[in-house]
Design a protein around this ligand. Structure first.
Ligand code: AMP
Ligand code: ZN
Length: 675
């Protein structure tokens, strides 16, 4: 029991706090069920702090705590229909006069949220946390379009509603592809991606995440006077809340079970992942009488569907080398059909993942689809393991170049650290030419591989000095079917020539610096004239210095500190210096894309800096200033005309600004200026 308690606590932390689970949900549930069973059989050994006594999850550092009144509870779960029948019997005993109906709803697999409205405006959004205390994630939740920021006049003055924020399945797949392209760690599944997004400290990042919500419960205020759950939900819908697109009312448990089966048959048809059905009593009058345990209300149950999964065998584990040298293990599987497609490979993410699940070549495994799309291994059938199956040993050298590999402190990824590794070069070359980078389309994966193999290209910049006449003669066909590159060579040369004048943001992304994705590249480009300004950039240094400051001194800047550090480190590195020198020799110095600046706006050409706590999101003001022709800067310079100071701005900061000739104004004055 002590072991289970420790394991559950550890996994709770990984799941709720770090949003980085290392075991499958089903395995977690099994441990939890086992502990409940043991505690039931041996109450004398029950830990007074057992995780079964609370809703999991601890509030995060970095977000203000929010106390939930009443606490946000979890749901009791059932895995078999028999448990539902027992629930029905329990209700008959508790409510001998009968008269209740069931409502069946999808169990949305996301992150529970509480939304508070005052004077019909959204004033606070909080996660469940441990049920008693959650995190204030208002800024992040405000970025979710479907969540109303204001309510119609007939909504109560004060209202709290509860529901689930989720990441759409399509959006999850796209996000992971983007993260992958930017050389960043991907998310395991949509729920994980959703939790990870909500705990972002930068709402701008959250705004780009495909988040949505379903509101399904009353909160602590403003929800009295509804006779039934269906009435409550219909009213929520009228007030503009997103509600579940499917639900059924049932008079008997048989009908409810039929509805649960109907939902189960359609479970892959929703925009969100569902991990079960929720069964609630429709008549709210009974809620008080039934009450709740420390963990969950007695008037509802979650029914978890058996995960759709298929058994297969791991034939091999191959290790791929990515653009930044990251070694990604991939399971080569005995092809098997799962939820409509045949699957032969599944990513294993990293060495930790393989070790945590103890996946070995030759193992029988369960295959599931994360987010209903991405194949993932969800547990090993150890009882079927052959005697001679040995643990997987993660390569200690790069499988492509044979060079050394290393693992940076605090990172899960193992990387090949050989800068000349052909595998890295091939992927870097592809990235350099990709659509959001320099958009050199004729360079597909096959040609990138060939150019590196034939040693025609040892660095992406070699594209600018390549002999394209000779390239026309290159055989790019498959084995046994030779085909010359021919006319494509001239097209490619034109595309490469055009890339010389591609914008700073495209170049910055093309270089492939860790943490510098498309958006970050744009943010950095917006603050700089040209690429040659970056190595000695005062703006980037300011961002790095700001990170070391504490409390009020610390500004919120439009560039992320990891990105600023990475860009500076790149230009400081020997490779970065060579890169710069070569660009200079090639006569290339990418410039920021010309912005259409309104020259007639009320703030035309005026430099503004936003600081402190403002009543509206900073991004919103930035947009309005730009729309008025102004230039939003990340730090006060001699070119800054106005420092817009919100609440909690230190006197030193405003004094410094004044010393530079900047006028310090408040929000009201800004609104006047904006007209
Ligand atoms: P779990 O997080 O697995 O303990 O399951 C309980 C959670 O399911 C609740 O706290 C809610 O966040 C979530 N949930 C998802 N859909 C619903 C729904 N329709 N009604 C109530 N709870 C739901
Ligand atoms: Zn290598």
């Amino acid at each position: 029991m002590a072991e289970l308690v420790a394991a559950i606590n550890r996994n709770d932390r990984l799941y709720y706090v770090e949003a980085r689970p290392v075991i499958a949900d089903a395995d977690y549930d099994r441990m939890y069920e086992e502990l409940i069973r043991l505690e039931h059989d041996f109450p004398q050994f029950k830990d007074p702090n057992s995780p079964t006594l609370r809703v999991s999850g601890e509030p995060l550092a970095g977000f203000a705590p929010v106390r939930h009144d009443p606490p946000m509870k979890s749901l009791d779960k059932c895995y078999e229909k028999g448990e539902l029948v027992a629930f029905d019997a329990f209700l008959r005993k508790e409510l001998p006069d009968g008269g209740w109906h069931y409502v069946v709803e999808p169990k949305v697999d996301g992150v529970s949220i509480s939304l508070l409205y005052e004077d019909r405006r959204l004033v606070r959004a909080a996660t469940r946390g441990n049920g008693e205390v959650g995190d204030d994630v208002t800024q992040n939740v405000r970025t979710i379009r479907s969540i109303p920021k204001a309510l119609p006049a007939d909504a109560p003055d004060r209202l709290e509603v509860r529901g689930e924020v989720y990441m759409t399945r399509d959006g999850f797949v796209k996000l992971n592809a983007e993260l992958d392209e930017a050389g960043r760690e991907t998310f395991m599944n949509p729920r994980n991606a959703c939790a990870g997004s909500l705990k972002q400290l930068d709402p701008k990042v959250v705004a780009q995440r495909p988040l949505d919500a379903v509101i399904y419960n009353a909160g602590g205020v403003g929800c009295d006077g509804f006779a039934s759950h269906t009435e409550l939900i219909a009213t929520f819908r009228r007030w503009g809340f997103p509600v579940a697109p499917w639900s059924r009312v049932a008079a008997t448990m048989d009908e409810a079970i039929a509805a649960i089966d109907e939902l189960g048959a359609n479970r892959h048809g929703f925009r969100f992942e569902i991990d079960g059905a929720v069964l609630k009593i429709n008549e709210r009058a009974f809620y008080g009488a039934l009450g709740a345990t420390a963990h969950s209300p007695r008037w509802a149950r979650a029914y978890k569907y058996a995960p759709e999964r298929a058994e297969t065998v791991v034939r091999g584990i191959t290790v791929q080398v990515g653009r930044t040298g990251v070694l990604t293990p991939v399971a080569e599987l005995e092809p098997v059909e799962l939820a409509g497609s045949v699957i032969a490979r599944a990513t294993l993410h990293n060495a930790d993942q393989i070790a945590a699940q103890d996946i070995r070549v030759g193992d029988h495994v369960w295959l599931v689809k994360a987010g209903d799309v991405i194949p993932a291994i969800d547990g090993v059938l150890t009882e079927k393991r052959d005697l001679f199956v040995v643990p997987f040993v993660f390569p200690t050298a790069c499988p492509v170049c044979g060079g050394a590999v290393a693992r940076a402190a605090g990172e899960v990824a193992v990387r090949c650290i050989n800068p000349a590794c052909p595998a890295q070069l091939q992927r870097r070359l592809e990235h350099f030419c990709s659509r959001n980078a320099l958009d050199i389309r004729s360079l597909g994966g096959r040609l990138a591989d060939l150019l590196v193999e034939k040693k025609l290209v040892a660095d992406p910049l070699d594209l600018f000095t390549l002999d394209y006449a000779a390239l026309a003669e290159l055989d790019v066909g498959e084995a046994g079917a030779p085909r010359k590159f021919g006319k494509n060579a001239a097209n490619m040369r034109d595309a490469v020539e055009a890339a010389r004048t591609a914008s700073l943001e495209r170049w910055l992304f093309a270089i492939g610096i860790p943490n510098v994705g498309v958006t970050v590249a744009k943010d950095i480009a917006a603050e700089h004239e040209k690429l040659s300004d970056l190595p000695a950039s005062a703006v980037l240094r300011h961002v790095v210095a700001n990170d070391a400051k504490k409390g009020k001194e610390r500004e919120i800047l439009p560039i992320k500190v990891e990105a600023a550090k990475a860009v500076l480190a790149f230009f400081d590195s020997p490779y970065g210096q060579t890169f710069r020198a070569r660009l200079a020799a090639l006569g290339i110095d990418p410039r920021r894309a010309a912005r259409t600046v309104r020259t007639d706006g009320p703030l035309a050409g005026v430099g503004c800096v936003l600081t402190g706590t403002l009543s509206r999101p900073r991004g919103e003001y930035a947009k309005r200033i730009e729309a008025a022709g102004g230039i939003v800067q990340s730090a006060v310079t001699s070119k800054t005309r106005y420092l817009i100071a919100g609440a909690n701005v230190g006197a030193t900061k405003t004094a410094k600004a004044r010393a530079l000739g900047t006028e310090v104004i408040d929000e009201a004055r800004l609104l006047e200026l904006l007209g």
